[in-house]
Design a protein. Structure first.
Length: 282
């Protein structure tokens, strides 16, 4: 959709049943979101999706919002549809804090089917890039451990087993420690900014084709690994839950959404920022 020569975000109302996740949601955040949605009665920001097949769309950003709305029984959702070819896909690493580092390593060692072996940082980076490791762990004292598994699975290509092992590794600390998303494996550079660091878990780089494959096979990565950089991300659409809950046909809801967008544009309520933005009250 274009207004005044500006490409506006592609907002659509879609059936919740046609929205597919590629990552696990965070149960603690879902519970908080459910309470906030019930109190405020609006969805502030639309989930970001890309086309998966003729009918379904995969969620690139907003798994917790979608899961919270599903828990509330909302039948439809306003989403921003993007061209996956125009989206940058990056990887978050997990800086784990607020728990004992020794127990973290011991618990990871106990995961069935996962091999944990000492390594060096450069070797671990190469192993991860070559697919010889599914992740690696850096301890606060600089030790490095490769996490390996899923190379001889029953599913043929190893994706199912590797994904299971990644979820098992994250489950060791998810909900039991603080997880800070970072994009460096230099733990010494992070130490001045975070308290009680237990370790840094570094994940592999994914491609859009990998995310599509996961969604089509109903496999989910652990929460908080993929980072999609969305151009022209729509914010503060503030969609009322009553609108989503209504039994109006999808076609009618989308006609209303188009008219709502036209009104917002004419009222000069839409503002596009091209600059990188840093928020301090999120």
């Amino acid at each position: 959709m274009t207004g005044a020569g500006i490409d506006l975000p592609d907002l659509r109302v879609v059936a919740m049943a046609d929205v597919v996740l590629h990552e696990e949601a965070d149960d603690r955040r879902i519970s908080a979101l459910v309470q906030r949605l019930q109190a405020e009665g609006v969805v502030k920001n639309p989930p970001i999706v890309a086309q998966l097949d003729d009918r379904r769309r995969v969620v690139l950003d907003g798994a917790n919002r979608v899961s919270a709305l599903r828990r509330l029984g909302v039948p439809d959702v306003v989403v921003q549809v993007v061209d996956y070819g125009r989206v940058a896909l990056e990887t978050w690493f997990h800086l784990v804090a607020g728990t004992d580092g020794g127990r973290l390593l011991s618990a990871i060692r106990e995961i069935d089917g996962l091999e944990v072996r000492p390594s060096r940082l450069d070797d671990a980076r190469r192993a991860l890039g070559a697919g010889a490791a599914i992740a690696y762990l850096v301890t606060p004292d600089g030790r490095v451990f490769e996490l390996d598994g899923g190379r001889a699975p029953a599913d043929g290509d190893g994706l199912e087993e590797r994904t299971r092992l990644l979820r098992a590794a994250v489950a060791v600390y998810k909900g039991r420690a603080n997880i800070h998303r970072v994009q460096t494996d230099a733990i010494a550079d992070l130490a001045p900014f975070y308290d009680d660091i237990a370790g840094l878990v570094v994940f592999p780089t994914y491609r859009p084709a990998d995310i599509v494959d996961l969604a089509r096979r109903d496999l989910k990565l652990p929460t908080g690994i993929t980072r999609h950089v969305i151009p022209h991300r729509a914010l503060r659409t503030n969609t009322e839950l009553a609108f989503l809950w209504s039994d109006t046909q999808l076609s009618e809801k989308n006609r209303w959404l188009a008219e709502w967008t036209r009104h917002k544009l004419q009222s000069r309520e839409i503002r596009i920022y091209e600059e990188t933005t840093v928020l301090y009250d999120e």
